[in-house]
Design a protein around this ligand. Structure first.
Ligand SMILES: NC(=O)c1ccc[n+]([C@@H]2O[C@H](COP(=O)([O-])OP(=O)(O)OC[C@H]3O[C@@H](n4cnc5c(N)ncnc54)[C@H](O)[C@@H]3O)[C@@H](O)[C@H]2O)c1
Length: 388
């Protein structure tokens, strides 16, 4: 046990409730789980919960920049196979996914995925393996990527679409950790500044709210009319990125889509603009365009790089354009990840007994998962309810 793992365990009451309630029955006994996820203390608590429920687990990192080496070492000491190293290459990341799928000759029976990495591989290079009984996907990017995989050969639960992600993790936990990372790493005052948020979805609406709470003047960019309208009704200005680029002091992308800040936007920015990506993949700020425009780069502080552009202006890039709260900050609070990870674990447990009847393809999380998670969290927070 490390202090970090100890602390995370104490701050994750919903997973603790699951271990207490289902540990003896061990509903995952005999299952082989392949897990793709950030190598953090919180994921380690989820892994330990799955082990306590009887499963065997192999784990690969879901990002090149977010592995906590101390946690990886602690889990390896416990005998868990973990593929991940902070600063690994994209090729090593892909190799890690392939290695976890090669551990068992008959492949995994269950898959917990992030970014659809393992599910995609099970339809391509590992299509010869027997289909797992069940999988879950926890990101919108991953669910979107699955559309390009073709017909799925096993059921996949959309654990991204849960009460925990919709109401707790994305708009509160992630949004708080993004805004605090941006403020802390840039060491700038937000009050009175123009803070541009690309995307007014679950994370973006929370980022806008938290940045406004610190006194920033928030501008939203969107491609969806409904989300743009919601942003206006929430009191924010909505502009195309090209116009927002001219006035922004801070930029935070949270769309899950590539090239949201492109070459011409970078050239339109004020000197000293701060750029951060909160999306899962490092593609929302066009890295190729940024590198091509950069005539000089220097590190101002850990996680904060100043780039001089060909027009003489500078921009400050946080976390190298990678998911900023995990690459340059301390990440999401354990109590938030508790809710998200508990939904995934419950999805496996509750769906597994009827998985044989599920058609291959995408399926919603059973409503009982949300009820269980909300009730356990309310109890942990000391919220008292009236009788129905
Ligand atoms: N940093 C973290 O810890 C963390 C946590 C959760 C999710 N995420 C990531 O954050 C991203 C957003 O997640 P979400 O749950 O808010 O998704 P979401 O689907 O709820 O919201 C995305 C929003 O972006 C908008 N959008 C799409 N393309 C756009 C563009 N070119 N310009 C402006 N807006 C655009 C969409 O219309 C949508 O409203 C994803 O990549 C997700 O994986 C990161």
């Amino acid at each position: 046990m490390t202090v970090k793992l100890d602390t995370a365990t104490a701050r994750m009451p919903v997973l603790a409730a699951i271990r207490r309630e289902f540990g003896e029955v061990a509903p995952l006994n005999g299952h082989r789980i392949a897990l793709c996820g950030h190598v953090t203390a919180e994921t380690a608590v989820q892994v330990r919960t799955l082990l306590a429920l009887g499963a065997e687990i192999v784990w690969c990192a879901s990002s090149t920049t977010t592995t906590d080496e101390e946690i990886a070492a602690a889990m390896r000491r416990d005998g868990v196979v973990v593929h991940g190293k902070r600063g690994m290459s994209d090729a090593d990341l892909a190799r890690g996914a392939h290695e976890v799928l090669s551990v068992w000759p008959e492949g995994p029976t269950l898959v917990l995925d992030e970014g659809a990495v393992l599910i995609t591989a099970l339809h391509r290079d590992f299509a010869h393996l027997p289909a797992p009984v069940l999988a879950t996907e926890k990101t919108p990017d991953g669910l979107a990527a699955l559309a390009g995989v073709g017909p799925l050969r096993f059921p996949v639960i959309k654990s991204d679409e849960s009460f925990g992600k919709d109401a707790v993790d994305n708009p509160h936990g992630t949004a708080q950790s993004l805004v605090e990372t941006i403020a802390t790493v840039s060491a700038r005052l937000l009050a009175g500044k123009v803070f541009v948020v690309a995307g007014h979805g679950r994370v973006g609406s929370g980022v806008a709210q938290k940045a406004r709470g610190l006194g920033a003047r928030v501008v939203v960019t969107e491609v969806s009319a409904t989300k743009a309208l919601l942003a206006v009704l929430n009191g924010y200005e909505v502009l195309p990125m090209r116009e927002a680029a001219r006035i922004g002091d801070f930029f935070c992308t949270v769309t899950g889509k590539p090239g949201v800040i492109g070459r011409d936007d970078l050239l339109a920015m004020k000197s000293g603009a701060v750029l951060a990506n909160g999306g899962h993949l490092p593609w929302e700020i066009d890295q190729e365009a940024l590198s091509a425009l950069a005539t000089g780069r220097r590190e101002l502080a850990p996680g904060l790089e100043e780039l001089t552009l060909s027009n003489g202006n500078t921009v400050e890039l946080l976390g190298g354009g990678h998911i900023v709260n995990l690459s340059a900050g301390r990440g999401n609070a354990s109590e938030v990840m508790d809710v998200t990870f508990a939904s995934q674990v419950l999805a496996l447990q509750l769906v597994l007994p009827k998985a044989a009847d599920l058609a291959p393809g995408l399926h919603a999380l059973p409503p009982e998962c949300d009820e269980y998670v909300a009730a356990a969290l309310a109890k942990a927070l000391g919220i008292q309810l009236d009788e129905k």
